[in-house]
Write a protein that binds this ligand. Structure first.
Ligand code: ADP
Length: 877
């Protein structure tokens, strides 16, 4: 109410937070039953229009705060309440790692579910969606709110129900694919989503910025020959860098030189490589990109003889994703593995546009401030920093810059060795799988034990476990940037996780004795052993699938409400006992680690954006703990090399010092920062461009999907057919008007044929009419003809005509749209190759895209009219 008096968000909302806490103290005294009634009580306030949504904030948030306390014994901090309000007000809440964002998201989710809006909490991967949904189910069960979960493993038949829950946890990719699939349905009841009201995006920067560049694609097979890829590869193997082509590392692009073009043309025996009707240029450029810019074990890995993309920002493998426009096939050709047939895009959307569908959007992350401009301009989201609960005391030490990369890695390994000697846990972030393995090798030679976390499948399955261990004494963890994101590193170890892992390993161990006579060597202390001995292995042997043992144990431990089984109850008790036991040793260990300075985070290369560097730094010093971060760099790092410019190059020459000694110079730091800013704005520009281009097809997609939906939901599609038919007549008459007399005859003939009414009357009569008159007449004839057809069909089989209409309409819209997106993607490529002098290519793109769209619409209407007028019914007797 008095917002204008205050400026910082915490002050602005002080009063609300106070009110929440007042309600919270009141609710503490409620019985469980009374607490549950809160939901319907608050709902009725809004339904009766007694209150506006904002008026119920204090009581609603207090209710969920109390539910959280009752279920998991955690009392939310005021900064978490603040974060919740900021999310409710459609902003991005920047909250540091370990501040408890998982719980924060539940507050605005509850609030908005109370007003019967569909609420989606969107996460970056299945693991997080599942983990958070499981916790949410326990908490919301207290207050009668249903929680749904959608991951890639959710069956199609269950999805609708999950989306119908009050709050649904869903991964960003499933959300997108479901949206696309919903818009390809043939029957209304196949649709699974129920609208886009309110989304809370977890790790919002990862989804809206890092992933914004890769569109989601649903594709089908097409028939283009794979031999073209092989031939292109052969030719490009002969091409020499600099002579035949130049590499632009900055924009990940290849430019053919005049010599290169001539070489290809003579080799392929064609006249003009850039001829729009020749397919070759695309194949040659893709083969060159595959050769020079896409590196194995950095940009992709080979897994089961398949190219699997590694996300350049997170270092995670992106299962099932393929590079588009033939690039993936070019890489398959390079690696000499089976070339999967080229896919035809059936539907696609970028995350940017997917999330703009929501009426209300917000997000949370530890790092957004550096990109606040982008969030505001593209998504209209403000970034608001939420203060940490305890003051952050992390030491960010100045960068150490070595001349050569070799010396940098030696220095990092030496630092790890030193840390290992004293037992201080250290996390080293690397930018690629290759680099992480390089460091691992050096550590091997120094006999320093470590855990390696990168996108390789054998490592990824242990991800959560490795991160759980990363905060323990003597832990040295090498991780590609941001692997393990979303999992908190707890100093001294996480007693809950350790207890869970112990139980799982114990059971697995025992079961493998019973099943395979194979034992995992593991010794437990006497106390642990005596606790574990209580587990009845036979129960697991008989009742549980060993493949899912992790999941089973996880759900037994984390779900209070369905613990009816005595054995499961026992496991929960054993778990509690172990947690208690481990907590004591973990707490002690934490104290020791704090005396060593807390977790030490080492960066090995500055990333393309400060945000990613900050994410890495943010892994340490959580919740007021001590912690240190430092970046070890070399002048040979990509950032320096590609974006450093002249300053750094001349500095390199001038500096004449020992290779082993790091350089600390103010000029160097400054040019490093400016290089990084240059990269950030460079990529921002690319994303902005992409967005501008994408906006064109997005508007078209919206128009087509709206039309499609209208038809899908309509029970009376006749109007649509009449409209399409009249439009077709109108369009053809426009052509008729422009033609000479002979051609006029032909056009008229076409119209009559199209409408299937040519038999009924003479053309001469028509030709003598004025255009307007003719139009009116043809409209009328068309209706009469259609009426006849309808009554004829109706007599044969009632209801059939409506079914047929719907079928043709949807079929032709889909076909037209699919062909259209293919043309649009070609258009974009060609626009990129042409030069426009002063003219902005986007203007050209928009114009041509518009023409293509109109052509598509005309084509759809024409074919639907044609098909429906020509359709015949064959009755099988
Ligand atoms: P983030 O996503 O912000 O990094 P998480 O949601 O993973 O953080 O939470 C980190 C840890 O802090 C979890 O173990 C969670 O249970 C715990 N936590 C969250 N809120 C509180 C609180 N108010 N008091 C104590 N522990 C909390």
């Amino acid at each position: 109410m008095f917002n204008f008096l205050y400026n910082t968000p915490i002050q602005q909302h002080k009063k609300t937070i106070k009110l929440i806490n007042i309600f919270f103290y009141k609710l503490e005294k409620y019985s469980d039953k009374e607490l549950k009634q809160q939901t319907s009580k608050i709902k009725s306030y809004v339904q009766n229009n007694k209150f506006k949504v904002d008026d119920i904030i204090p009581e609603a948030l207090a209710t969920i705060k109390e539910a959280i306390k009752r279920e998991i014994g955690i009392v939310l901090f005021d900064v978490q309440l603040l974060g919740a309000i900021i999310l409710h007000e459609k902003n991005i809440a920047e909250m540091k790692t370990g501040e408890g964002k998982t719980l924060v998201a539940m507050l605005p989710a509850y609030l908005n579910a109370l007003i019967n809006k569909s609420v989606h909490i969107v996460t970056v991967n299945d693991y997080l969606a599942e983990r958070d949904a499981l916790l949410a189910k326990r908490i919301f069960n207290y207050i009668g709110i249903t929680v749904g979960l959608i991951t890639q493993y959710t069956k199609y038949s269950d999805r609708k129900q999950e989306y119908l829950s009050d709050i649904t946890y869903v991964t960003n990719s499933e959300l997108g694919f479901d949206y696309l699939r919903d818009n390809m349905c043939i029957h209304k009841n196949e649709i699974v989503q129920r609208g886009f009201d309110y989304a809370i995006i977890d790790e919002v920067d990862s989804i809206l910025i890092d992933e914004a560049r890769t569109p989601l694609i649903i594709s089908g097979k097409s028939e283009i020959s794979n031999s073209l890829y092989k031939k292109a590869k052969k030719i490009t193997d002969l091409l020499i860098s600099q002579k035949h082509y130049k590499i632009d590392e900055k924009s990940k692009n290849i430019i053919l030189t005049e010599k290169g073009i001539l070489f290809c043309e003579s080799n392929l025996n064609i006249k003009n490589l850039y001829n729009i009707n020749s397919p070759w240029i695309k194949y040659i450029l893709n083969a060159l990109k595959a050769k020079e810019l896409f590196i194995k074990n950095k940009d992709y890995i080979l897994k089961n003889n398949k190219i699997t993309i590694v996300d350049e920002f997170t270092g995670r493998v992106m299962e099932g994703r393929r590079w588009s426009d033939g690039l993936h096939q070019a890489i398959e050709a390079k690696e000499n593995i089976k070339i999967e047939s080229e896919n035809k895009t059936l539907a696609s959307i970028t995350y940017q546009n997917l999330f703009l569908l929501y009426k209300k959007l917000c997000g949370m992350t530890g790092t957004a401030k550096t990109e606040e401009n982008e969030f505001l301009k593209i998504y209209r989201l403000r970034v608001i920093e939420i203060p940490t609960n305890k003051v952050c005391i992390r030491k960010n030490l100045p960068d150490l810059v070595y001349k050569l990369e070799y010396n940098k890695w030696q220095a990092i390994a030496k630092e790890c060795f030193d840390m290992y000697q004293i037992g201080r846990p250290t996390l080293i972030g690397t930018t690629s799988i290759e680099k992480s393995e390089l460091l691992a090798k050096i550590l091997d030679t120094l006999s320093v034990p470590y855990n390696l976390l990168n996108a390789k499948p054998e490592n990824i399955i242990r991800e959560a476990e490795i991160i759980t261990q990363a905060g323990k004494k003597y832990s040295i963890t090498i991780s590609t940037n941001m692997a393990g994101r979303g999992t908190d590193i707890i100093l001294g170890g996480n007693p809950n996780k350790i207890a869970q892992i112990t139980i799982t390993t114990y059971i697995k161990n025992k079961l493998s004795i019973l099943n395979k006579n194979k034992r995992i060597n593991k010794s437990y202390s006497d106390i642990t052993q005596s606790i574990l001995n209580k587990i009845d292995i036979n129960f697991f042997k008989l009742n549980i699938n060993i493949k899912n043992i992790e999941k089973e144990i996880d759900s037994i431990i984390n779900s209070n409400y369905d613990r009816k089984n005595i054995e499961k109850e026992k496991i929960s008790i054993i778990y509690e006992q172990l947690v208690k036991k481990y907590k004591i040793s973990c707490d002690q260990e934490k104290k020791e680690i704090l005396s060593l300075g807390g977790l030490y985070v080492i960066g090995t290369e500055r990333h393309e954006s400060r945000r990613i560097d900050n994410q890495l730094r943010g892994r340490c010093a959580r919740q007021g703990d001590k912690g240190t971060s430092r970046f070890f760099l070399s002048l040979q790092d990509n950032l320096f090399r590609i974006f450093g410019g002249n300053t750094i190059e001349s500095l390199m020459k001038k500096l004449n010092i020992n290779d082993n000694i790091p350089i600390e110079s103010i000029i160097l730091s400054k040019s490093l920062n400016s290089a990084q800013r240059k990269v950030e704005s460079y990529f921002y520009d690319i994303r902005k461009k992409l967005f501008e281009y994408d906006e064109v097809i997005n508007n078209q997609r919206e128009a087509i999907y709206t039309e499609r939906k209208k038809i899908l939901e309509s029970t009376f599609t006749r109007d649509c057919i009449i409209e399409y038919g009249e439009y077709t007549i109108y369009e053809m008459l426009k052509i008729y008007e422009k033609e000479n007399n002979i051609k006029k005859q032909q056009v008229l003939e076409q119209i009559l044929q199209l409408l299937n009414i040519s038999k009924h009357f003479k053309k001469d009569r028509l030709i003598s009419m004025k255009l307007n008159e003719m139009k009116k007449f043809l409209y009328e004839q068309f209706r009469i003809s259609y009426d006849l057809k309808e009554s004829y069909l109706e007599e044969l089989r009632p209801g059939l005509v409506r079914q047929m209409e719907k079928y043709y309409l949807l079929q032709q819209i889909d076909k037209g749209w699919q062909e259209h997106i293919e043309k649009m993607s070609l258009l974009k490529e060609y626009i990129g190759w042409r030069s426009y002098g002063q003219q902005d290519p986007i203007v050209e793109y928009k114009n041509e895209a518009f023409n293509l769209f109109i052509n598509m619409v005309t084509y759809i209407r024409q074919t639907v009219t044609y098909l429906i007028m020509r359709s015949r019914l064959i009755i099988n007797t």
